[in-house]
Design a protein around this ligand. Structure first.
Ligand SMILES: [Fe+2]
Length: 307
């Protein structure tokens, strides 16, 4: 499988907490994922852009997130497994300096012009990924990926961000937590360093939970943006978390993931690898009953080798 990112990109993430990689996903992968989006969300396109000039511009409108849904989704494996693409896992492993990573969140996210004013204030995402604050050791935070599946220019709700090297020059920003989101002084100081993660379909924006960023509005008539999120952490890191996958074991179509993912991809959801002591003849037999079309042969063959 050809490389999709450079060592320079890993270095950039480690140093600055954020990096944009254009065309990470191939046009075929994007095409399949877009077909899944259409199956899930229908043929809807955006309407007239909504610009709430009189509203408090520093709020997160609930409607911004009305089309965000955690996986598994009731569509093909393409979209369901995009967040655990081997090269995405590989990026997270290199960024976090470990082979043992866990996916802590993954969701499909459609935005339509007119559904909301998608502008956000500068913020960091740690507030719903940890109960405390980001670690000064970037390995103990998360690698968050925002995956664009449609072309995203400045009119299509491109995420904007500030590199850590820049926000670190702002004393008030070093505490990450903006106590007062109406603090226009701090907001405008961050804006001096504003960069855009705009890119063609298939691009990814990798950022850490201590990186200032903000969503921007969709201002194109009939505009819409398809994106997917995927966040990784070191497996043993209890400081951060987002999704307890097990909680949706009965309500979501997990068989789509189990029937199509590799052991390495399933491991990102916390499923033990082949050879792990968890896998006995009995657990393999029971798991097969739960997921009749899951190919458990790699687990069985390792289990046979050990017994
Ligand atoms: Fe955010």
């Amino acid at each position: 499988m050809p490389e999709r990112f450079s060592e320079h990109a890993i270095k950039a993430w480690k140093e600055d907490g954020a990096v944009v990689i254009p065309n990470f996903f191939s046009s075929e992968e994007v095409k399949s994922a877009v077909a899944d989006f259409k199956a899930l969300y229908g043929q809807k396109v955006g309407g007239n852009p909504l610009v709430k000039t009189n509203q408090d511009e520093h709020r997160f409108a609930g409607e911004q997130f009305s089309n965000l849904f955690s996986i598994p989704a009731n569509c093909s494996p393409s979209l369901n497994l995009l967040g655990v693409h081997p090269k995405l896992i590989n990026f997270a492993q290199k960024a976090l300096d470990t082979n043992d990573v866990r996916l802590e969140a993954a969701a499909t996210w459609a935005k339509y012009a007119g559904d909301a004013d998608f502008n956000q204030p500068w913020h960091c995402d740690f507030r719903n990924h940890t109960l405390t604050v980001p670690s000064e050791d970037s390995k103990l935070n998360t690698v968050n990926f925002l995956i664009y599946l449609t072309d995203v220019g400045e009119e299509d709700g491109a995420t904007h961000y500030v590199l850590k090297r820049d926000s670190n020059t702002i004393p008030e920003a070093i505490n990450w937590f903006i106590k007062d989101p109406h603090d226009k002084k701090l907001q405008s100081k961050l804006s001096e360093f504003e960069r855009s993660a705009a890119g063609p379909a298939g691009s990814i924006f990798a950022y850490s939970i201590d990186v200032f960023h903000r969503g921007t509005n969709l201002t194109k008539e009939k505009g819409y943006r398809y994106a997917m999120t995927a966040s990784y952490k070191i497996a043993t890191n209890d400081l951060v978390g987002f999704t307890a996958w097990q909680y949706s074991g009965e309500s979501h179509p997990w068989h789509i993931i189990f029937n199509n993912a590799s052991p390495e991809q399933l491991h990102c959801f916390g499923v033990p690898l082949p050879g792990d002591p968890f896998w006995t003849k009995q657990t393999i037999k029971s798991a097969q009953l739960r997921y009749p079309n899951w190919d458990l042969s790699p687990y069985l063959s390792k289990s046979n080798q050990q017994s």
